[in-house]
Design a protein around this ligand. Sequence first.
Ligand SMILES: Nc1ncnc2c1ncn2[C@@H]1O[C@H](COP(=O)(O)OP(=O)(O)OP(=O)(O)O)[C@@H](O)[C@H]1O
Length: 441
Amino acid sequence: MSTAMVLSERIVLGTMLRGDDPGFTTDTLGRLTPAAFTVPAHRTVFTAIARTADTGTVDLSTVMVTLETTDTLATVGGFDVLAAAVQESFTSTAPTDHVARIADKAAVDARRRALQQAVVALDDGQDLDTNRAFLMDALASTSATAQLLPSISDQVNEYFALLDQRLNGEVPAGLRTGWSRFDEITLGLQPGSLVTVAGRAGTGKTVAMMDWTRQACRDDCGVLYVALEMSAQQMIERAISAEACVELNKLREPGCLDDDQWDRVSGAISTIAAWPLFIDTRSRTVADIRRAATAAKAALAESGRELRLIVVDYLQLLSSDGGRGSMNRAEEVGRFTRGLKLLGGELETVVVAGSQFNRSAADPNKLPRLDELKESGSIEEDSDIVLALHRPHAIDGQIGMATADEITGLILKNRHGAAQAQFERAWHGHLASTDEPMRRR
Ligand SMILES: Nc1ncnc2c1ncn2[C@@H]1O[C@H](COP(=O)(O)OP(=O)(O)OP(=O)(O)O)[C@@H](O)[C@H]1O
């Protein structure tokens, strides 16, 4: 590892950490990858810069927050090392030259590896024509142009492989919510997607998200439920009521349960205790959720399961690390949605976030619209699916298009499919659940 190269890496990272030249940061993130850096700590800092850039401004303090979030600040040497890189960056008047040096070195290394692989393949008896094609592909993929621009033929081939798997039924199905009409429209929720469940206060967002959580658990899919306004005991009480079909009120008053109901409640308790579910009532920020999700993923992996769903109940109750600072509320909510979308993508998990509509925005008897989403257009932009729930009776007993025991779902946005589809569910508020419309309990 050459000292000059290590210095170039520090200057490039330091210039980005200064935060006074966002154009340089964007260009550098587009030109280099973490693997281009020779020092492991530099790779970690570069990754943290890229992650920070996805959600907002890059500078020393924001990158330090990202490193803290991923528990890697100490690994890279802490504040002193980052501040030294910033100082060192002032010694160069042409940081782009250092970027070019790092990119060239990475391209040379990649080409060397490709040549070595071709020689090994020849030694292993690969025929000359195959080896020639293999070598041409490898060399093309190490050219500077190829690093910047992905090849359409590679992408088409990747799609073809995916299509093949899909048609052969080898691709894992999307996550089922158990809401049959919704599942038919979405074909199951895909990993990495952000789904917003929006509704006016008291409409039934928690009930809906608990329905989906129960279905996921029944399908043996791991769930992290971040409850920002309810206790774990309240959540469990609702789950028991729904699973056992015993009214919530009967679980709250003495002497209300007959023998049959008591049996059902004990059965539900045993079932729920075995679910791959974590109810997190401590997280308050996206960084907290990231930590909890990483821990949940690791814990589930021990029993051979995957974290398939993170539920955030609900978005407007999240707060920012270190306060909002100079951000307005819309910018702050935008950070939450981008952070959650990013988290879902990284962990390859569905993220479902509850969100409130503005109470005053429109007539509560009418179906909600996207522009009523409270506080931020970013919810609409970042979400793959926005499902609005409508239950006119939730608000002052007003009568709308649904009857008192119905809740309407309206898909306001669907990035990968048809939107504006509408369906009804049977509403069982007393059992903290919903059901197919034909089934009444
Ligand atoms: N014991 C009960 N019996 C009947 N209905 C109930 C009972 N408890 C709650 N509900 C119904 O459930 C609704 C609340 O559902 P839920 O908590 O899912 O709404 P939400 O949209 O998440 O509310 P918020 O906006 O306050 O978070 C209440 O408006 C009420 O109609």
